[in-house]
Design a protein around this ligand. Structure first.
Ligand code: ADP
Length: 161
C-alpha cells in the first residue's frame, strides 16, 4: 500500500506544544510526517538547526511515524529530494492565513505538484508562538502547557545563563 506522507517544515525555534499538537493530530490522516527544520531563515534563530532537531527528536522519541530532518534552501527542492509533495502547516490567526496563502501560492508556482494541507490550531494554542514562549521564559515565566519539558530545559539554559 502506498504510504501517505507529509512534510511539516518550519523554523521550530523552539518547537512548542502548538507544533506538537498539529503533528500529532495529522498522524490521524498521514502514515508518516517528516518534520523538517529549516536552516536558512530570515528570522534570526536562537537555536542551531541541530539543537532544534534534537529537541524534536526527543519529543517524538519512540514514535516511528515521525521523522525529524534538517533542510537547507528551498522547501520545493527538499520536497523533490524526498519525493514527498504534501506539505502540512498549522493556522492560528488571520495573520497566519495571509502569510500561508502567499507561501502556498509561491510553492505551487515553483512546483505544481506541491499541495499544502492546513490544520487549524486547537483553541488553547491559538496565541502560542515560538517568539512568545521565548519572552515568557526569558522574563522568568514557566512553560507548562506551552512547551515540552525538554524544550523548557533548553530554553532556560539558553536564555537565563
Ligand atoms: P515558520 O518560520 O516556517 O513559520 P514556525 O516554526 O514558526 O515556522 O511554524 C511552523 C508551522 O507551525 C506553521 O505552519 C505555523 O503556522 C505552525 N504553528 C506554529 N505555532 C502553532 C500553534 N501554536 N498552533 C498551530 N500551529 C502552529
Amino acid at each position: 500500500m502506498m504510504k501517505r506522507i507529509a512534510i511539516c517544515a518550519g523554523s521550530f525555534d523552539p518547537p512548542t506544544d502548538g507544533h506538537i499538537n498539529i503533528i500529532q493530530r495529522s498522524l490521524g490522516i498521514f502514515d508518516k510526517v517528516i518534520v523538517a527544520v529549516a536552516v536558512n531563515m530570515s528570522k534570526q534563530p536562537i537555536f542551531s538547526p541541530e539543537d532544534r532537531a534534537a529537541m524534536l527528536k526527543g519529543i517524538f522519541q519512540g514514535n516511528e511515524h515521525v521523522e525529524v530532518d534538517v533542510f537547507e534552501g528551498l522547501l520545493m527542492d527538499y520536497a523533490r529530494k524526498r519525493g514527498v509533495f504534501t506539505l502540512l502547516r498549522g493556522i492560528r490567526t488571520m495573520g497566519d492565513y495571509e502569510y500561508e496563502s502567499q507561501m502556498a501560492l509561491a510553492n505551487k508556482t515553483l512546483e505544481p505538484k506541491l499541495e499544502t494541507i492546513y490544520m487549524f490550531t486547537e483553541g488553547k494554542y491559538a496565541h502560542l508562538s515560538s517568539s512568545i514562549i521565548k519572552e515568557i521564559i526569558a522574563f522568568g515565566g514557566e512553560g507548562k502547557g506551552m512547551i515540552h519539558p525538554i524544550v523548557e530545559r533548553k530554553l532556560k539554559e539558553k536564555l537565563r545563563t
